[in-house]
Design a protein around this ligand. Structure first.
Ligand code: UD1
Ligand code: CA
Length: 459
């Protein structure tokens, strides 16, 4: 089988400089969803017809084994398919899909399949309450499909028909080539209409069989931002349902957004308002509190991510506790049982097992050993204005509150650094390091007073 995906239209109603089919649903371009569905059918060829937006579409999908056909100007859907015909093996059927109809299930498309030898046309239709804007399916007195009439060419009686064309059809390649040559543009829009081949099939006595999708939303297209938002909700609800079916506990399936791939182990719990981006893996027993944003991360068995935590490109070990209000930035790698608490930022740093930074700290470009305790307000001063430098904190180190570690610097095993110390030289193993400081007391010092406003005179 061949698949041709129509994606040349402008998408004027999106009011965007981005070609319509590149707008995302679930974090990936609409067209990527259609290509994925097409691939599930294992076709010998996939050809994408592009046009509006220049080379942005082929560039976005380069090196994926797709064929591209440029359609300029865009003279209608039949004209679009014609541009793809040089890429089509006419000995096989051709399935036509639409780049702006992103949520068709592979199981529905599977029913649209024709064998190479089958002399038949399959058309995907749906019965809708409001058929406005769609091509209507015309049937003869015996109930057989006789043609498709576009809304703008339809009579009032035809407009009342509620069975509509989804656009998706499957046609033997040889016949498609013949019929496309016979399609004209003698219609209200002056366009070459692909559904006209249905009429030509009837003339040639080739049977037209209709199939139905599992769900009506599978055939909904995106014309404007409102439909994009609507289909995003449909998509997210389907993702949520898949997670629930896989045994994930979701506090509310309508309040989770997965923009990429979320892989969950057994007994994973996700509270409301979480956003997952890229590829996120949550191992068995992980719980994610409300309103977390997690992108491209791997979280180990039994770890708790508390509310309002932000994780980007990081790995967390088993039985760790992160948050609330923690931020793990790219290349944070935390071992088992690490605790990262509120308002702690970790960037490009490793933490050994059981190490903790529980409050208000910045740890960047650091190697932190095991069983280290980093006090509140501690920061690694890793940036000298030009270069980033590393901080090494060895096992069993205790760092008091409000310590500045001016990198490059190394703190030896079991060392203790007193509160408020600025460390700019390496610290040996063991012992206590503090800065020389005095704490003068001036008993005669007076706190400045604000001048009192003059008392108001009574009237
Ligand atoms: C089309 C069908 C209509 C069907 C409806 C379902 C035609 C004439 N009508 O109408 O029967 O009910 O889809 O949604 O086909 N495209 C190109 N090149 C072009 C024109 C369109 O690539 O020259 C692409 C568009 O990018 C889009 C798809 O084809 O992905 C459909 O085009 P659109 O203009 O939206 O057709 P409709 O008027 O919706
Ligand atoms: Ca459309």
């Amino acid at each position: 089988m061949n698949v041709v995906i129509l994606a040349a239209g402008q998408g004027k109603r999106m009011r965007s400089s981005l070609p319509k089919v590149l707008h995302p649903i679930g974090g990936v371009p609409m067209l990527a969803h259609v290509i994925e569905q097409a691939r599930a059918l294992e076709p010998s060829r996939i050809c994408v017809v592009y046009g509006h937006g220049g080379e942005a579409v082929p560039q976005a999908f380069a090196d994926q084994g797709l064929a591209f056909a440029r359609q300029a100007p865009q003279l209608g859907t039949a004209h679009a398919v014609q541009q793809a015909m040089p890429h089509v093996d006419r000995a096989q059927p051709v399935l036509v899909l639409y780049g702006d109809v992103p949520l068709t299930r592979a199981s529905t498309l599977e029913r649209m399949r024709l064998d190479d030898a089958q002399r038949q046309v399959k058309l995907l239709t749906v019965e809708v309450a409001d058929p406005t804007g769609y091509g209507r399916i015309l049937r003869n007195t015996k109930g057989a499909v006789a043609g498709v009439v576009e809304e703008r060419d339809a009579t009032d009686k035809q407009r009342a028909i509620r069975e509509v064309n989804t656009g998706i059809l499957c046609v033997p390649g040889m016949l498609l080539g013949q019929w496309l040559a016979d399609v004209d543009n003698d219609n209200a829009q002056g366009e070459y209409y692909l559904p006209d081949i249905i009429r030509l099939a009837c003339v040639d006595r080739v049977p037209v069989v209709t199939e139905r999708p599992d769900e009506i939303w599978e055939t909904l297209g995106v014309n404007g931002k409102a439909q994009l938002a609507q289909l995003e909700r449909v998509y997210q609800f389907e993702v949520a349902r898949g997670l629930l079916d896989a045994g994930v506990t979701l506090a509310d399936p309508s309040r989770i957004d997965v923009r990429g791939t979320l892989l969950c182990g057994v007994d994973v719990t996700i509270d409301v308002g979480c956003v997952f981006e890229g590829t996120v893996k949550l191992a068995d027993g992980v719980s994610v509190g409300p309103h977390c944003v997690i992108r491209d991360a791997t979280i180990g068995v039994g770890t708790r991510i508390e509310a309002f935590t932000h994780i980007d490109t990081a790995t967390v070990g088993e039985r760790a506790r992160i948050g609330p209000y923690a931020r793990l930035r790219p290349d944070a790698a935390l071992a088992d049982e690490v605790h990262i608490g509120n308002f702690v930022e970790v960037k490009a740093s490793t933490f050994g097992a059981r190490s903790k930074a529980n409050h208000l700290a910045y740890v960047g470009d650091a190697v932190v050993g095991r069983d280290v305790n980093i006090g509140a307000g501690t920061i690694t001063c890793n940036y000298d204005g030009a270069n980033k430098h590393r901080t090494v904190i060895e096992d069993d180190v205790h760092i008091g509150s409000d310590v500045q570690l001016v990198a490059p610097v190394k703190i030896g095993k079991r060392a203790t650094v007193g509160a408020g110390t600025t460390v700019w030289q390496d610290v040996p193993a063991g012992g206590l390091t503090i800065n020389d400081k005095t704490q003068p007391h001036r008993a005669d010092w007076q706190r400045p007073q604000k001048a009192r406003p003059a008392a108001k005179k009574p009237r």
